[in-house]
Design a protein around this ligand. Structure first.
Ligand code: DSN
Length: 419
């Protein structure tokens, strides 16, 4: 493959250039099934590596702490306006360096140490910043977790309401990193209202689907919506917050100066480009294809005997319970075997998993990245076949290598976005 590195980097630092070239090659010739990853456009990548990386711009447009911010203001305003339009949001903040930073700012805005927070258990699909003990959120706040129903493996809103009434949380968090079903944001908002809690929706995984109208939006219901920008939204690695005008000053204050210093202006520049792409009609088609592809992959896996948590998926991801086909195989071992065959995914707990988080009984698979490279339903069926064959080869290294060669050839027909 042709590398896309610029000559100055190749000449000035061949060691780094070589590592980048190898990563380009890895991405080009492997099947990316990590649900939270994607391949950005060349336009997004160009903006992300622009001269905006040279500039300090602490503060907000029109109120900066440094001179020379005229173009910083222009780009941040453009990013903010495009984002407002995408989600019909009253107020947005595009400075959060990441999803974790976005969540931190919201917690600082509405909580005091020791306050009670109701959030989805990480072991049932939640996120570490939603209250894991070893994360600041779990160390700082009194976390009451809700889980999924054992039978349906879906969030049971009656159970959420009961917990909320019992524990009277200050903040309710909805959103997940491994939940294949639709969130009922309106029901969460109703519960929050009943118990006097604020509501935060972390839509990092499903942001692109929301923009396309393929998942209900959290924005009319939640006090705060946080997200990353690099998953289904297909922008640069970063975060954002959306809220109502009444909370705008509070949110902005807790991003800067509350929890961050100088914004990453090159990332904000790339966010502006990504938001511009998401405003185009083709973005809706892309999101619809993500869902179609997830369903095709789910169906092909089911027909090969795999059990999917909750029986399937409404969105871009699925959780595969490996035990139905490979009772002794851990997610950890499966992830490693698949990687050796060029299929990249992550081990994941399934609800009520009896194995440790470092082993797990499941895999999380997502369709956004493969959809970006042009895969449609027939290709997803082939992905399921390759995946099943690699796992069935198991210890047989030669068998996995054979699948790996097919994966490489397959990828050659679907090149990544290039200049
Ligand atoms: N690590 C991300 C994911 O994979 O879902 C969430 O932050």
């Amino acid at each position: 493959m042709v590398s896309h590195l610029s000559l100055p980097l190749v000449e000035s630092d061949p060691e780094v250039a070589d590592i980048i070239r190898r990563e380009e090659e890895r991405q080009e010739y492997t099947l990316e099934l990590i649900a939270s990853e994607n391949h950005v456009s060349v336009a997004v990548r160009t903006a992300n590596s622009s001269v905006f990386t040279n500039k300090y711009a602490e503060g907000y447009p029109g109120k900066r702490y440094y001179g020379g911010c005229v173009h910083m203001d222009a780009i941040e305003d453009l990013a903010r306006n495009r984002l407002k339009k995408l989600f019909a949001a009253e107020h947005v903040n595009v400075q959060a360096h990441s999803g974790a930073q976005a969540n931190t700012a919201v917690y600082m805005a509405v909580l005091k140490p020791g306050d009670t927070v109701l959030s989805l258990d990480l072991a049932h699909g939640g996120h570490l910043t939603h209250g894991l003990k070893v994360n600041f959120s779990g160390a700082m706040y009194n976390i009451v977790p809700y889980g999924v129903d054992r039978e349906t493996e879906r969030i049971n809103m009656l159970a959420v309401r009961q917990l909320a009434q019992e524990h009277k949380p200050k903040l309710i968090i909805c959103g997940a990193s491994a939940y294949p079903r639709t969130f009922d944001f309106a029901a969460f908002a109703e519960i929050a209202k009943e118990v006097g809690a604020r509501l935060m929706a972390d839509v990092a995984h499903i942001a692109g689907l929301i923009v396309a109208g393929l998942h209900p939006s959290s924005v009319p219901h939640a006090d705060f919506t946080t997200s990353t920008t690099h998953k289904t939204l297909r922008g640069p690695r970063g975060g954002l917050i959306m809220c109502r005008t009444a909370d705008a000053a509070l949110v902005d204050k807790w991003i800067f100066p509350g929890t961050q210093g100088g914004p990453l202006m090159h990332t904000i520049c790339a966010k502006a480009v990504a938001f511009g792409e998401a405003l185009r009609p083709e973005f809706k088609h892309y999101q619809q294809q993500i869902i179609n592809n997830a369903q095709a992959l789910a169906e092909a896996l089911r027909s090969r005997g795999y059990r999917l948590v909750s029986g399937g998926t409404d969105n871009h991801l699925m959780l595969v319970d490996l035990r139905a086909v490979h009772p002794d195989l851990t997610g950890k071992q499966a992830e490693a075997w698949l990687e050796s065959a060029g299929i990249i995914c992550n081990k994941n707990m399934i609800p009520f998993d009896e194995r440790k988080p470092t082993l797990t009984s499941g895999l999380r698979l997502g369709s956004p990245a493969l959809t970006t490279r042009g895969f449609k339903e027939p290709e997803m069926t082939k992905v399921a076949d390759l995946l099943h064959r690699a796992l069935s080869a198991g210890e047989d290294e030669a068998g996995r290598a054979k699948v790996g060669a097919e994966v490489r050839e397959f990828c050659r027909h679907f090149p990544l976005p290039h200049a």
